[in-house]
Every structure is written in structure tokens, then in C-alpha cells.
Design a protein around this ligand. Structure first.
Ligand code: SF4
Ligand code: SF4
Ligand code: SF4
Length: 308
């Protein structure tokens, strides 16, 4: 009993000390077209989330691996409710590599606090929490105040420059991973990481696959030029690569369901018939979080009438 009390006391003491040291520095976040200072409560709340995130991931993974949850109506309803009430926890916007690169370059160009890191990379938090590994695994690119928090938490992160971040994005793209710009509180000022997600381990993607929540479509989608498509027997690469089930085979022909496409661009990369191209999504719903102007800068994209 006394030991338990002492453990709790040590825990609270550590928490207070950490919280106090976290409050000393100024921190900046992504603010559409500029860096913005963030409040200390914002910083400490996110630090606490980062500290206890592995527990949340392990619990969610446990639910996602139980057949009585994923294969029953009641279980899926429970997951849907849990995902809905997690509205202010991390959600992601799916973008192709060029948009993620644009964001990195944009962040790099912003003037920040002296000595405060803008970018850092570390081991995938999902893989680390679940102790299930798949290469590349050093792929969580934390940004601005997110970089400060994850460096402070001593989880194996290191500061990187923009060129290193771009090289990691390209390596992840070539491995078939999807870039997800993650933010909390449904706000761009809480954007803290560029994740590179797989379909087997990533808790965010697996939750989305069952509930349709936690991940949002980005500003792009794709169209298919049927005359150029080589068909499922000769190619079928788009069906294999898409982790959101937007491509399927019907009578040996490829069917693209644009309602399911989140705009990751992976099918365009692997298409052997040059039958896919990206185009502007009619309704990008997260302009208030990360604006199109940043994500599509310099990209030649057909939108029906003109290029973006
Ligand atoms: S959301 Fe994806 S990239 Fe981010 S920590 Fe989880 S698996 Fe890794
Ligand atoms: S259809 Fe293509 S761009 Fe859309 S989500 Fe699937 S792989 Fe990504
Ligand atoms: S990847 Fe391209 S060519 Fe291959 S099946 Fe899909 S659309 Fe057709």
C-alpha cells in the first residue's frame, strides 16, 4: 500500500516537473500563411497526449483485432461511436507526395523562434506502441511544436532539414505508403505530424477502413482514362496499391469509385498504362486546416476547365 502510494507520488511529481519545464519556452504552430505562437495549455495538453498515446493505440489495436468487434454489427457500431467521440484526437488529410513536399518547403520557409526545430523524424508511433515493425519504420515527420514535443519525450526522434524530410517522403511513397497530414482539435494550429501510413499496422488507417472516420480526403482525386487501361489480367496494379478500396475489378475491367478515393496518388505512380491522372476535388473540406494554396503550389492539375 505504501509502495503504491509512493509510485503515485513519484508519477505526479514527475508530471508536475515535466509540465513546468514545458511551460518555459515559446512554441510555434502552423497558422495557414504564417507561424503562430501557441498557448502553454495547448502545448502541455499535446505533450500529455504524446506521452499516453501508446496506451490509446494499444487499446484501439486490441479492439481492431477482436472478431467479435470487427465482424459484428454491435461491435462495428461501438467502433463507430468511439471514432466519432474521438473528433478532437488526431485525424489525417491524405495527400500525394508533391503536396507533402510543398508543405515541408512551406514550413521551412516560415520564420520561427530562434533555435526551435521545425522538423524532426522518429520511429512510427503505431509500430513502436504495438511492437510490430515494417520498413521503412523511421517515418513520423513531426513539425514545429510537434517536433519539440516528440524530441522532449525521448522517443528516438532527431532533428532533420527539409531535404532529409523530402527524401523520407519519397522513400515512403516508393514503399507504397500514404502521406497523412495529422492534426488534433480539427484545427491547423494543432497540425503536428506528417505520417506515412501502411494498411496492416497503422491504427488510423485500420480504424478508417471500418468506420470511415479519422481520415479525410485531400484536395486531389484521380480520374481514369479507360482507353489506356491495360485491364486486370495484364496489370491490376491500382487495385493492389489502393488501401482505401477505391479500385475493383468488374468483368475483368477496372472500376474506380471516386467516392472512396482519398487522393493519395499511389495508383497514378504504379499505373502501367498511363491511364490515371490527378484532378482537383470539387469539395476539399479542410481548407481551414491546411489550405490548397500551400498543398497545390506549383502543381499542374486539371480541374475541368483550367489548371490549379
Ligand atoms: S498514423 Fe501511420 S505513420 Fe502515424 S504513427 Fe500511426 S502508422 Fe505510423
Ligand atoms: S484511387 Fe488511387 S489516388 Fe485514390 S485513394 Fe486509391 S490509390 Fe489513392
Ligand atoms: S494501374 Fe492503370 S493500367 Fe493498370 S489496371 Fe489500373 S488503371 Fe489500368
Amino acid at each position: 500500500m505504501i509502495l503504491e502510494f509512493m509510485n503515485v507520488q513519484t508519477f505526479v511529481h514527475g508530471l508536475l516537473l515535466n509540465s513546468f519545464s514545458l511551460m518555459l519556452a515559446g512554441h510555434v504552430a502552423f497558422g495557414r500563411n504564417k507561424l503562430v505562437p501557441i498557448g502553454r495549455i495547448h502545448y502541455v495538453l499535446h505533450w500529455l497526449y504524446g506521452k499516453y498515446e501508446p496506451w490509446i493505440l494499444r487499446l484501439t489495436d486490441w479492439l481492431l483485432r477482436k472478431k467479435f468487434i470487427t465482424d459484428t454489427l454491435a461491435g462495428r457500431a461501438l467502433l463507430y461511436i468511439l471514432a466519432s467521440i474521438s473528433h478532437y484526437l488526431p485525424h489525417g488529410i491524405v495527400v500525394p507526395t508533391l503536396s507533402a513536399v510543398n508543405l515541408i518547403r512551406f514550413i521551412e520557409s516560415l520564420q520561427g523562434e530562434e533555435n526551435s526545430p521545425k522538423l524532426a523524424v522518429g520511429p512510427c508511433v503505431c509500430q513502436k506502441a504495438l511492437d510490430r515493425w515494417q520498413e521503412p519504420s523511421c517515418k513520423d515527420i513531426v513539425v514545429l511544436y510537434g517536433a519539440e514535443i516528440y524530441l522532449h519525450l525521448n522517443l528516438g526522434y532527431r532533428i532533420i532539414n527539409a531535404d532529409e524530410a523530402v527524401a523520407i517522403l519519397e522513400q515512403c511513397r516508393d514503399a507504397g505508403l500514404v502521406h497523412s497530414l495529422d492534426f488534433c482539435m480539427q484545427s491547423g494550429q494543432w497540425h503536428f505530424v506528417i505520417c506515412n501510413c501502411d494498411r496492416d499496422i497503422c491504427v488510423l488507417v485500420r480504424t478508417f477502413q471500418i468506420t470511415g472516420k479519422m481520415i479525410y480526403p485531400g484536395p486531389l482525386t484521380v480520374k481514369q482514362n479507360k482507353e489506356h487501361c491495360l485491364g486486370s489480367e495484364v496489370c491490376g496494379q491500382c487495385v493492389k496499391i489502393c488501401m482505401f478500396g477505391a479500385n475493383s475489378i468488374r468483368d475483368k475491367a477496372i472500376h474506380l469509385d471516386d467516392r472512396k478515393c482519398l487522393g493519395c496518388g499511389q495508383c497514378v505512380r504504379v499505373c502501367r498504362g498511363n491511364a490515371r491522372e490527378v484532378l482537383r476535388r470539387v469539395e476539399y473540406t479542410h481548407e481551414n486546416v491546411i489550405p490548397v494554396q500551400v498543398l497545390l503550389k506549383g502543381m499542374e492539375i486539371w480541374n475541368g476547365n483550367k489548371t490549379a
